[in-house]
Design a protein around this ligand. Sequence first.
Ligand SMILES: Cc1ncc(COP(=O)(O)O)c(C=O)c1O
Length: 383
Amino acid sequence: MPESFIYLDNNATTTLLPEVADAMGEVMVLPYGNPSSPHSIGEGTRGLIEEARKHVAELINAEPEHLLFTSCGSEANNQVILSGLNTSGLNRVVTSSVEHSSVKNLCENLESKGITVEFLPVDSTGLIDLEELEESLKLNKAFVSIQWVNNETGVIQAVGEIAAICRKYNCLFHTDAAQALGKINIDIDSFKPDYLTITAHKINGPQGVGAIYAKNVDSLSPLIISGTEEFGKRGGTENLLGIIGFGKACEIRKRDYNKSILKMAEYRDIFEGIILKALPELKLNGSTIKRVCNTTNIEFPGVDGRAMMGQLDNLDIICSQTSACLSQIPEPSFVLIAMGLDVEAAFSSLRFSFSSLNTLEEAEQAAEKVIEVYKKIKSLFNY
Ligand SMILES: Cc1ncc(COP(=O)(O)O)c(C=O)c1O
């Protein structure tokens, strides 16, 4: 790993905040018991988990008893969709064509097992058509799972309106809010989804811990069957350190919310502005109006994004092309393809995502390097 680098891949994961690491470190050296144990040491550990649950709940304005911890956002998405089908007895899922692979691949797997899945298309800005959703639900009831914020483009779906449509047709609604947490003011009460899923490592919390909000916790069925942990809905001894870190990261984001999102938006906009001023031929992928504060996805026409990414990496600028979990597959982004880009344009695109730990200098320096690398590669191939 280089000693110093500019990290602009925060939609893949973020660096732990020092305060989060401290909170985890403090707990690490405690003589902690199993949170399910009925003795005082176990109760002490359980108290720490409940404190963390309260902080996570507060960031999304939910009641703590509606939140349960999982090992990650992917597990949360899997459990919610499988539970939703189980509880409702439905055999139909409506989702979008730009979901994270933990929803997309699960839905494809369900399809192969005889569940009907409708993957709603998106337009060139990355948004689903609400009328199309309504038409679909009018015809047949379904379990609906639509992400809040796209991990590659930062495009924000209209979850408030989607939830209302689902209620109108008596359909259960889940939103994957992994990329919305801490970047959008999530207020469960304002749109009342049936389920919402989040993960800690997108807001400078630890990797390997996620959570499910469920309006009706009893409607969840466990993926891991064991004892009474997490209301009997998620077996296995809890990831205490991860949960402590998640709670701390949420507490800090709630405290610093306005400052954090303004900072991310400012640096993303400065970065984008410098690049587009120097290279007006570049295109931004996805809506720039309905877009989360930290992400930009840029198409560099005629240049292979993977080559650019490698060159930037050599200059200690870290960015990405698709989500981390798909980066090992030599295929173009299915999200960009769903938005109508051709294969070449998709391969020519790069995602840059900021966190509250980035600085103004980093945004400016990274933008200059991006311009330099793009011009260099272009000149090599005499475009
Ligand atoms: C939109 C979205 N959903 C779900 C996940 C999965 O979260 P986790 O990495 O905790 O499994 C991610 C992570 O990249 C994501 O971006």
